[in-house]
Design a protein around this ligand. Sequence first.
Ligand code: OGA
Ligand code: MN
Length: 206
Amino acid sequence: MSDSQSHITFAAFDIEMCAEALARHGWYSCCDFLESETVTALRNEIIDLSQHGTLKKAAIGSGADIHAEVRGDFIQWIDEVTSSRHVQSYLRRIGDLSSELNRMLYCGIRRFEAHYALYPQGTVYQRHFDNFKGGNDRLFSCILYLNDDWTGSDGGALRLYHDGIHTDVLPHGGVFAIFRSDTMEHEVLPARRSRMSITGWMRRDM
Ligand code: OGA
Ligand code: MN
């Protein structure tokens, strides 16, 4: 058996399949979590932030350490109150998904935090967990990709390590990936273009 697989996400969002995949394998992805006009609007927002120099080099852990070789993205945290209506529609979708997952999997999600993220060409996020067991209160990592016309040769896949294999999810605009923050090791591979997303976490604390 091959130890890797490439995953092109054409699957339409399905809540039953999402809950089942999270429970069994710890991850799920789909291509149409949000309508394409909203994805385009969100892409324009992050391009704007980037051009105005508002995105800040991301740090690692709770300290302010910056190690660009470990993590190369530039981010801006989303403020629910001042966010645009496009961000609000994404947050509403995430709210609905959280309620469904709480109902179906009893997971106790209480809030969501998210930031825009831009990985300049060639940067990575080395293999890591988003939450060591008991380390913090992140339950699920959620990523909405915002890139136009992404192809396999652009690189930049999200590589998920699960069930003894790994799966690569390409960050094409509109693709949504969700995975367990505590058990799913993952990494961002280098890309030939800058790579944009909204990355967030469903949390159990208030
Ligand atoms: C992260 C992360 C993955 C991605 O921000 O912690 O792993 O595909 N992002 O952007
Ligand atoms: Mn991560």
